[in-house]
Write a protein that binds this ligand. Structure first.
Ligand code: LMR
Length: 334
């Protein structure tokens, strides 16, 4: 009888050891935007390919729309290992102590995504991702969203139109300076709180790529949107380094392949998603969409140019110069 009990016990232990060995590695991927955005779609794409390529050995669970954590908390959760993967906007790495990422916030530094990709897909981008490692974070890729436009309840044709307005921004000192250059008042706020802040008048306006504006229904609480395209918003896909380094080598390799494919997908769909969102905004009839003229665009460029010099030290002059070299942008020659 005793022997039988022992045998059953041993069998149960063996069975649970096998089950554990076969249990998939779970990767919680948390983000703050809607599922129906470039980042939302790319994270789902990654989850699907990760499952396929690892043959079920890894299971990626995507939590959209700040369902698990808001902006600031998600960074802490990643470092603590409560989630394994995030894709925060590049404008949100300052509080972590990696100020260099705010170079992407410099107004008009990139004319288009071709210029941008020379940085994000090249050695400068790779060196930037490496700066995350001392923070216990590994940077896997850059994903695009798009170029930001200003919205408010009054028309925005000239930089002076935003004077005195309270404008919500992400947690970036470069963005703060950008708003000040317009004579407006920067208000740092988590993305999940923006709709309500606009609705209740806590802030007067904001900036975002149209895909974010539309999927959060911000256009329903903003009367004017001006297609200023004055700055870029994109993401770094990041993982907890200890977790990543601890994965079996074969699984990590397959996940790297899934990330490569997801990155291509993200960057392929980003422009189209933003174009579709703009169509949606126009069709809604809830906000007036203004397209600045060439002269008006130049006026915004000139008004925001001093931000480059003022914030050069924050991101590092060498880094800034290496980007100017790739893109040909010169804030002194406008
Ligand atoms: C924002 O806070 O405006 C954006 O960073 C949201 C996002 O992740 O695109």
């Amino acid at each position: 009888m005793k022997l039988r009990t022992l045998f059953i016990g041993l069998a149960a232990a063996t069975f649970s050891a096998i089950a554990m060995a076969q249990a998939p590695v779970v990767i919680k991927f948390s983000h703050v935007v809607a599922a129906d955005t470039p980042k939302g779609k790319a994270s789902e794409f990654f989850a699907k390919r990760a499952g396929e390529l690892t043959k079920g050995k890894a299971k990626v669970e995507v939590y959209a729309n700040s369902a698990l954590y808001k902006d600031k908390e998600e960074m802490e959760a990643l470092q603590l290992g409560a989630v394994q993967m995030l894709a925060p906007s590049l404008a949100k790495f300052g509080p972590l102590g990696v100020k260099e990422f705010e170079v992407f916030d410099f107004p008009y530094i990139f004319d288009d995504t071709n210029e941008l990709h020379r940085i994000t897909q090249g050695p400068v981008g790779a060196a930037m991702l490496a700066k995350l490692e001392p923070k216990g974070i590994k940077g896997l890729a850059f994903w695009d969203n798009g170029f930001k436009s200003f919205s408010a309840n009054t028309p925005i044709k000239a930089p002076g139109d935003l004077k005195g307005k309270k404008l919500r921004i992400q947690s970036s000192k470069v963005l703060e300076e950008q708003i000040r250059a317009l004579g407006a008042l920067p208000q740092v706020m988590a993305f999940s709180e923006v709709y309500q802040a606009l609705q209740t008048g806590v802030v007067d306006g904001t900036e975002n790529p149209i895909s974010n504006l539309y999927t959060q229904k911000m256009h329903e609480v903003q009367k004017h949107l001006s297609l200023t395209d004055h700055g870029y918003l994109g993401y770094a896909v990041i993982v907890n380094k200890k977790f990543w380094d601890g994965l079996p080598a074969d699984v990590r390799g397959q996940l790297e392949q899934a990330m490569k494919e997801a990155t291509k997908y993200a960057n392929d769909i980003a422009k189209e998603e933003n174009d579709k969102a703009l169509d949606g905004v126009r069709k809604s009839g809830k906000t007036a969409v203004y397209v600045p003229t060439k002269e008006e665009r130049l006026a915004f460029k000139k008004a925001l140019a001093p931000v480059h010099q003022k914030m050069a030290d924050r991101v590092g002059k060498d880094l800034l110069q290496s980007i100017y070299k790739e893109t040909g942008f010169d804030p002194n020659k406008l």
